[in-house]
Design a protein around this ligand. Structure first.
Ligand code: MN
Ligand code: MN
Length: 242
């Protein structure tokens, strides 16, 4: 059950409206890493979740994200409002100006409509929690970039609040995943094929302007078998047998 309280989770103040920046803010309103995507991803995962403790977590955070949607929407609205009356401001976002009358719609910064394709929902709790950790990290970095692109102190404050909450969520999701006590490489039920699972294919080889070869813990030690350029294996075998 949802209930709307007539106040924002964080008070939004804007000194001078900046319609171009308002358009950028839409990325966090109706974009891939935005608040609606977060709210829907966690709430729908929660709807499907059979673990009551982590279902509660998903619903807590999913609901908070709806409050974030309201904050970022209000902030974007304040910046985009002048597009209704001023031709110069309207140039910053013709879609908002002409179709929305200066009001925000569920579009990203490029005017692409919000889509459920943004959502990562698998019905496998540990897999979903990983998606959520990554989603929070993406939201964090988008907020950081937005903060860097405005000088308005009220706007910065609201964005700092929203950015901070994403780190809080990331921590909660990380600990929820950890507390499941699952081996991080054990996804689902069917075990991977022995041998094959340990092979690292060196599929990008040689040295040039575009890079060189590197070894690291991702391809040596840790049970890895380093397999030299499988695409050229036949060629190598043939020239070797001559
Ligand atoms: Mn959020
Ligand atoms: Mn979040």
């Amino acid at each position: 059950m949802y209930h709307h309280v007539k106040k924002l989770m964080y008070t939004v103040r804007v000194g001078e409206a900046d319609p171009k920046f308002g358009r950028m803010l839409l990325e966090q309103f109706g974009g891939a890493n935005g608040e609606l995507a977060a709210a829907m991803q966690y709430s729908i995962q929660g709807l499907n979740c059979e673990d009551p403790a982590r279902k509660d977590l998903l619903m807590d955070i999913g609901t908070e994200e709806l409050s974030h949607l309201e904050v970022i929407g209000s902030l974007a609205r304040l910046h985009l409002k002048p597009t209704k009356a001023s031709r110069e401001a309207a140039d910053a976002d013709p879609l908002v100006a002409i179709c929305g009358g200066g009001g925000v719609g569920l579009f990203n910064s490029q005017g692409n409509p919000w889509t459920a394709d943004y959502l990562k929902i698998t019905g496998e709790l540990d897999v979903d929690l990983r998606s959520n950790i990554a989603a929070e990290a993406r939201a964090k970095i988008v907020y950081e970039r937005l903060i860097d692109f405005t000088n308005d102190s009220g706007t910065k404050d609201a964005l700092q609040f929203l950015m901070t909450r994403e780190i809080t969520h990331m921590k909660a999701f990380m600990l929820a995943l950890q507390s499941m006590g699952k081996d991080p490489l054990k996804i689902g039920e069917i075990p991977p094929t022995p041998g094959l699972v340990d092979q690292f294919f060196n599929d990008s080889t040689g040295e040039g302007d575009a890079g060189k070869e590197f070894r690291g813990p991702w391809n040596e030690g840790n049970g890895f078998q380093f397999v030299e350029a499988p695409a050229f294996k036949e060629l190598r075998d043939r020239s070797g047998s001559r």
